[in-house]
Design a protein around this ligand. Structure first.
Ligand SMILES: *[C@@H]1O[C@H](CO)[C@@H](O)[C@H](O)[C@H]1NC(C)=O
Ligand SMILES: *[C@@H]1O[C@H](CO)[C@@H](O)[C@H](O)[C@H]1NC(C)=O
Ligand SMILES: *[C@@H]1O[C@H](CO)[C@@H](O)[C@H](O)[C@H]1NC(C)=O
Length: 371
């Protein structure tokens, strides 16, 4: 769409020029193709390696295959118990899974949310992409679809996840995600009922202050095939002690991850309930399209969320279609992993949090006025 206001257009160009110049972390060069990049280091590097090896071993391994293999590795390994079975029990102690996979050539996506009793969430997301014209299936009915497609129904609860949930209940269900309900969610377990309007004037909040910073929570991955074809995907078991039925950013296109092979891709992690309001990965890929570096694109996308939620935890990793990459985060030291070309091992990049306050962000990153 042509800009209606030439002044505004020139402002945009100025912003982009400033932003490109602002990149404080050195632009990360591409190690070559095939290329794999994903959120977090540590246990999550096993996913990077699995996808990379599958792509190197056989040219017939597609970008989508790479994403599926990588995310499935974290589902099997229960990376930080935040991906796959046996982690993040909800208020009723059940683990449910969210996953999404996206084809950067056709823009087709497949996703599942609130998937129950099936371990292979990314596999079921891939089946939604391959065997339906839909994009997202949810809950028990997604489970039915999965079993029809040959996936095995299994209990996702483990001793560890049951104990975590029971310990939380013994601690009066602290902390939790309930708001403006009685009994006081700061001190009591449910069942809860909404506070009448009048009492809401004295809004009582129960905030998950430390939860985000304490636990990594999602694998999001972008893959570039040797041919340059791109794909992206996400898999997670969501937030611990969530209200049953809660779906986060993971399976939401443009939030958990996003890819357009003509431009690049992005993977995200963090306070999902907040992040999904901003579509940070869609924003980052559009930033690339407008000419920003991967680093600048990531920083701008995170800064937009910080403007409204300065205390949130977030991390996004961005790669353009040449394999140049960058990341940005807030509220914690975010890390991401990548491996490409002839690299002999996966490398982990540590990303310091963007400052909470705009003034400090400007000092550190020479950021333009935020839109
Ligand atoms: C790749 O796929 C093609 C077409 O199915 C097949 O002919 C070829 O043998 C495969 N290559 C490898 C290395 O598996
Ligand atoms: C509930 O928790 C919030 C956040 O920690 C706090 O600001 C508020 O004062 C608490 N309310 C009560 C009634 O303890
Ligand atoms: C962010 O955290 C600081 C320090 O803990 C607090 O003073 C401030 O009110 C918080 N801001 C928001 C918007 O929650």
């Amino acid at each position: 769409m042509a800009p209606r206001n030439p002044l505004r257009a020139s402002k945009v160009i100025l912003l982009l020029a400033l932003s490109a110049a602002s990149t404080s972390v050195s632009a990360s060069r591409s190690p070559g193709f095939p290329f794999v990049i994903n959120t977090w280091g540590g246990a999550f590097t096993a996913a990077t390696d699995a996808a990379y090896h599958a792509l190197i071993a056989n040219r017939n391994t597609s970008a989508l295959d790479g994403v599926e293999i990588g995310c499935a590795t974290c589902e099997k390994n229960q990376c930080d118990t935040t991906v796959g079975y046996g982690g993040s029990p909800d208020e009723s102690c059940e683990t449910t899974l969210d996953a999404m996979i996206m084809d950067g050539t056709t823009m087709k996506t497949g996703a599942v949310a609130g998937l129950r009793r099936i371990k292979d969430a990314i596999g079921v997301a891939r089946a939604v992409l391959e065997y339906t014209r839909h994009s997202l299936l949810v809950g028990d009915l997604a489970t039915n679809f999965a079993t029809e497609n040959g996936f095995k129904e299994q209990d996702l609860t483990t001793e560890a996840s049951r104990e975590k949930c029971e310990a939380w209940k013994r601690a009066n269900c602290q902390s939790n995600y309930r708001l403006n309900v009685a009994p006081d969610p700061n001190t009591s377990c449910g069942p809860y009922t909404p506070l009448p309007d009048i009492e809401q004037q004295t809004l009582i909040r129960s905030v998950m202050e430390d939860e985000g910073a304490a636990s990594h929570d999602t694998i999001s991955m972008v893959v570039i095939h040797e041919s340059g074809v791109m794909a992206a995907g996400t898999s997670t078991n969501g937030a611990s002690h969530k209200v049953p039925g809660r779906v986060g950013d993971g399976p939401i296109v443009g939030s958990g991850s996003y890819v357009d092979g003509e431009v690049g891709g992005c993977g995200a992690t963090g306070d999902g309930d907040i992040m999904m309001r901003f579509l940070p990965c869609y924003q980052a890929v559009e930033n690339l399209r407008q000419g920003m570096s991967p680093q600048g694109a990531a920083e701008d996308s995170v800064a937009r969320m910080l403007r409204k939620y300065p205390n949130m935890s977030s991390g996004i990793v961005v790669v353009n279609n040449k394999g140049e990459h960058g990341g940005a985060g807030s509220g914690w030291t975010f890390t991401y992993s990548f491996r490409g070309g002839a690299m002999e091992a996966t490398e982990v990049v540590s990303v310091p949090p963007l400052p909470r306050r705009l003034e400090e962000r400007r000092q550190t990153y020479d950021m333009p006025e935020e839109i």
